[in-house]
Design a protein around this ligand. Structure first.
Ligand SMILES: [Mn+2]
Length: 319
């Protein structure tokens, strides 16, 4: 915004109870209420790339519902009031076919490109399965060129194909590497664990220039050293930060497609994220919430909190 106007904020929770009022993320402004915006939250209800439990197409709906519990006025740990500083909107959901992965990717890329626009607006996407990260990265590439990837996940997502399908929720970061969407040797996975199809998966991943902090490494090196490693890895490059909710232990995120024992606690993940202020975050996602497997909104409350943290980080990053 050239002439600074006070941004349109959320419905005040002290006047309208949080369980009432409109259904945008944390009841922030709908994109149709404002002339322009700086950061958009958008839903990508696509789960055609899942390999185990489906249902992440219902993620955006569930995360918006869980986000009602948030008090978006002030982020205490980051010391920012994101909705007062920039115009943040809920841009609704991408219209995406459930039947064709390639066509879905084109639809998502086109939509995200519109959201970014020519002034490099930033966005936090709510999945959907992890497939949606690939068209997000393609859209970002047009504006920023290659980016560094900070990837929180139980799984590498750098497999080659699965049942001969080149684009699935487990192959997107190999495709991103092949398409030159990532700055080589500046990306990192955090929270990886569990057995894999073949040991060569690890050598392939390293060959593509990814670094790994395994979930168990956090017990040894601690959160602060892990944060340091992430910071050194990405420097001041433009960063895409991708959170597969299954990086959390199934105790903290049961409602997901490919649960993996031995994951992070919600507190560990939030602590890491809140220590990453100052990165040049150009886009982010929180993916793989599958509400049918959730209980008492455990997973979607965690995801909603992460989305709000990402918004606050983007504002904190503005300096
Ligand atoms: Mn994933």
């Amino acid at each position: 915004m050239d002439d600074f106007q006070k941004p349109v904020g959320a419905i005040p929770s002290t006047q309208v109870p949080r369980y009432a009022g409109k259904g945008t993320f944390a009841r922030i402004a709908d994109i149709r209420e404002v002339g322009d915006y700086d950061i958009a939250v958008l839903g990508i209800p696509f789960d055609g790339g899942t390999s185990y439990r489906p249902g992440a197409r219902f993620g955006p709906m569930a995360v918006r519902q869980a986000a009602r519990t948030l008090r978006p006025g002030f982020h205490v740990e980051l010391g920012v009031a994101p909705l007062e500083v920039v115009q943040i909107v809920d841009a609704g959901d991408v219209t995406v076919t459930p039947y064709d992965i390639a066509e879905a990717c084109t639809q998502i890329e086109d939509h995200v490109r519109d959201v970014i626009g020519d002034r490099a607006r930033r966005f936090v996407a709510i999945g959907g399965d992890h497939t949606v990260a690939l068209p997000n990265l393609r859209a970002l590439h047009r504006v920023h060129g290659p980016v560094a990837l900070v990837h929180f996940d139980a799984h590498l997502d750098t497999w080659d194909t699965y049942f001969n399908a080149p684009v699935t929720h487990g192959t997107i970061f190999r495709r991103a590497f092949e398409e030159g969407l990532l700055v080589e040797d500046h990306s990192i996975h955090v929270g990886i664990r569990g057995p894999i199809y073949d040991r060569i998966d690890l050598t392939d991943d390293a060959r593509m220039g990814f670094k790994i902090i395994r979930a168990g490494d956090l017990d040894v090196i601690g959160i602060e050293a892990a944060v340091d490693t992430v910071r050194r890895r990405v420097g001041d490059l433009p960063v895409y930060l991708s959170i597969d909710i299954d990086v959390l232990d199934p105790a903290f995120a049961p409602g997901t497609g490919t649960p993996e024992s031995g994951g992070l606690t919600a507190r560990e993940l939030l602590r890491m994220l809140r220590s990453l202020d100052g990165l040049n975050l150009v886009g982010a996602d929180v993916v793989e919430v599958s509400p049918a497997y959730d209980h008492a909104e455990i997973t979607s409350v965690a995801a909603a909190t992460l989305v709000f943290d990402l918004l606050a980080l983007m504002v904190a990053d503005r300096g």
